[in-house]
Design a protein around this ligand. Structure first.
Ligand code: FAD
Ligand code: SF4
Length: 495
């Protein structure tokens, strides 16, 4: 670190967001372009060389955070990029999308605001692209071995890049028309513009990875055929089977799953369609589900010009500060967080019926009622206590012209037949069963990412992609020098 007293003299400063009134009129990222680089070296200098960096352990990728903080504080961007890419294939994704458990574990965060680790990561990644520090790295020699990766989300992409660089011939099969998984058609552009994804895909193609899009394995190509044609198969198909809300009135029109709604908005941004057939424009929108997917629906509905938006969360509003007894440092605490979308909804007062940031906490949906044409008109709710028991006398209704269900995901989507065709064992939770070496019950077939661990995070997906690549490389060649993050991968989700 250039200044050993940086953590005492420099206050935490985050990448500023654009004014709400400006950013809700477009789909660009919410941050002020160009405003990160001028502040970031001083921010990296706040890293105090604590000696036992819990941030490093809190990051599922084992990112070498103190090392690149030091290099950034000295403005040695090339070396910082090398250290960052040593553990993370796609830091421009995590630098924008990760919830940053590392910051919850920062030693400075014991009694001061944490180092802005995620912002430093993003700055290093963006600078590396701008300066040309990340050229394609095709292998020097081919191994003559072939791998089919099924699914092109962050898990499949990380696995494919590692295996390609190790010299194997890799084809990525993707049922959508473009690669990227949930980063393509789930996550809105205002959180991560898609050109970041395109740039990585271009790099991967230049390294030799082949992409077979619009090809659902199980439907367009037999899973058994793929297994026979390739030396190894990696299942990275995600966990996109959504959870339902079985209450009266669910059959009314105008009630949709979040992942029916978000991809259409993303397709408008991609230029595939002019307007979303499910657009929120002029409608009263209620989002059922208090998580990040719900927040993405919220930001999207605001940009589409909804008449009002309310997000329902069945849990009580969390405290602003961590509870030191139940969630002590360095764990990732469940505290009140205001995402960019909540900030927008709050400032624009889009939801007069809800709290200031458009969320209604401790609210449970009872039923929907509609009009004579079978369209949803009202969502009826009741407030609940911590045990989800209704509080008498709190029943009320919200106007609802569009209802979006964001209740989480139950496991891999089985409609394509891939699981059955291969005869894959599943866990009691419905995810693909695999052993500690990522191997499924079918020889030569491996599983990683959300398909195996359940709906999770991009940082975990990249970590699993890197780790499964090392396991496949060992399977094909008897040993592997590919680095893999140290699990345990069955660690329960804390973030
Ligand atoms: C709306 C939304 C927002 C999110 N926001 C964030 C965020 O901000 N930060 C974060 O860390 N995490 C976020 N997540 C979670 C994160 O996106 C996932 O954990 C991550 O994408 C999982 O990666 P994956 O590669 O395992 O699966 P996925 O990204 O789901 O990719 C799986 C791919 O496999 C393809 N596929 C499936 N079956 C087949 C088949 N039979 N043949 C061919 N292809 C197939 C799918 O089409 C898909 O492209 C979000 C999730 C959602 C739903
Ligand atoms: S990937 Fe996430 S946890 Fe790891 S350093 Fe980056 S922001 Fe922190």
């Amino acid at each position: 670190m250039a200044d050993p007293k940086g953590f005492m003299t420099t206050p935490r400063q985050e990448w500023p967001r654009r004014p709400v009134g400006e950013r809700v009129r477009d789909w660009d990222e919410v941050y002020v372009p160009g405003a990160l680089l001028p502040i970031i070296s001083k921010q990296a200098d706040r890293c105090m060389d604590c000696g036992v960096p819990f941030c490093h352990d809190a990051c599922p990728l084992g990112n070498l955070i103190p090392e690149w903080n030091d290099l950034v504080s000295r403005e040695d961007w090339r070396a910082a990029s090398d250290r960052l890419h040593a553990t993370n294939n796609f830091p421009e994704f995590t630098g924008r999308l990760c919830p940053a458990p590392c910051e919850a574990g920062c030693v400075l965060a014991i009694n001061q605001p944490a180092v802005t680790i995620k912002n430093v990561e993003c700055a290093v990644a963006d600078r590396a692209w701008a300066e040309g520090f990340t050229p394609p790295r095709p292998p020097e020699r081919l191994s003559g071995r072939t791998v089919a990766v099924i699914g092109s989300g962050p898990t499949g992409l990380a696995a494919a890049q590692q295996l390609t660089r190790a010299g194997h011939t890799v084809a990525v099969f993707e049922r959508d028309d473009r690669p990227g998984g949930l980063m393509r058609y789930g996550i809105p552009a205002f959180k991560m513009e898609k050109h970041h994804l395109e740039r990585r895909l271009e790099q991967m193609r230049a390294e030799g990875t082949k992409f077979r899009t619009s090809t659902a394995v199980g439907r367009d190509v037999g899973a058994g055929e793929l297994r026979a044609r390739y030396d190894a198969v990696v299942i990275a198909t995600g966990a996109t089977a959504w959870r339902e809300l079985p209450v009266p009135g669910r059959e009314l029109s105008g009630i949709h799953q979040a992942m029916e709604y978000l991809p259409l908005a993303n397709r408008v941004c991609e230029g595939d369609i002019e307007a979303s057939p499910l657009s929120a424009a002029g409608r009263h929108v209620v989002i059922v589900g208090g998580g990040d997917t719900g927040a993405d629906c919220l930001g999207t509905a605001v940009r589409e010009g909804a008449a009002s938006v309310t997000q329902l969360d069945i849990y009580a509003q969390p405290e602003e500060e961590r509870d030191e007894d139940s969630e002590p440092w360095p764990t990732y605490p469940k505290i009140y967080r205001l995402s960019a979308a909540h900030q927008e909804a709050g400032e624009l007062r889009t939801a007069p019926a809800a709290d200031a940031d458009a969320r209604l906490f401790a609210a449970s949906t009872l039923r929907f009622t509609g009009d004579a044409e079978g369209r949803v008109r009202w969502l009826h709710l009741v407030e609940v206590d911590a045990a989800r028991r209704p509080r008498p006398g709190t029943e009320r209704r919200l106007p609802a012209g569009l209802v979006l269900l964001a209740l989480g995901f139950t496991g891999p989507d089985r409609a394509d037949g891939l699981v059955d065709q291969l005869g894959l064992d599943l866990t009691p939770r419905g995810t693909v069963a695999r052993d500690a070496g990522f191997a499924t019950n079918v020889p030569g077939v491996f599983a990683a990412g959300d398909a195996a661990r359940g709906q999770s995070l991009i940082v975990w997906a990249i970590a699993e992609g890197r780790a499964v690549a090392a396991a496949v490389d060992r399977h094909l060649t008897g040993s592997s020098s590919l680095p893999a993050p140290i699990g345990p991968y069955d660690r329960p989700m804390t973030v």
